[in-house]
Design a protein around this ligand. Sequence first.
Ligand code: SF4
Length: 272
Amino acid sequence: MSQYYKPHRNPNWNYGGGRFRLSRSKIDLFLNCPRCFYTDNKLGTARPPGFPFALNSAVDALFKKEFDIHRADKTAHPLMENYDIDAVPFEHSQMEIWRDNFKGVECKHKSTGFTVCGAVDDIWVTPNGELMVVDYKSTSKDGKIEALDQDWHIGYKRQMEVYQWLLRQNGFKVLNTGYFVYANASKDREAFDGKLEFEVTVISYEGKDDWIEPTLKKIKETLESQSIPEPSKDCDYCAYRKASRDVLIEHQKNSNSSKEKESKSGDQQAFL
Ligand code: SF4
């Protein structure tokens, strides 16, 4: 086990503990697999974390710097002008807190008692004071990125919808239209030469947050229950865990019975 992974978390961070918060990524985990969510948030054993995506974080940080210049100047970024978006980056005293992964936009949800939270990348505001949630993404793939049309993009869409919902819970008027600012690194160059070139596109998305309330209710029922939820059918890890356990048990049985045979034949030889 690496020094970074602690499989048994301090119970204070579990459901019922003083530090439990329901982040948008935990909501996503629940929708992907209620069993993994339960093991993590009720029983305190989370999946090992993945490696950090350092290049994506660098792109995010640079996007933030770039949009912050326009935030301070109250001007539209050229990308917003190119896409005819009538808005400027939103200036607010809480902006740094809302962007902080350990804090984020949060609300106390009355009927479940959950503190729900999520850290936004950016928010833009129209001349009428309506907010638009913005998420920065980066990747490297062939072709221009102009739509979120893959099945796995559902996670991105839910992410935006949770942020829209959170800001509405905080009393803001939030448009359903949000934007993904997508940077796509080109591999179509002669050589690396110490730099990547990105094509940046802006993809609009119409969020619908009506699934959030019923999902929070289901999450509450799951966390209050003593029954372990079913695992996800599409996850290869559980299939791997079961196959791995079965093969080890089988191996142990075979190894015990050969040891028994060896020791019996040893006894017989000693007797002879
Ligand atoms: S199905 Fe996958 S996600 Fe769910 S409990 Fe098993 S390992 Fe976790």
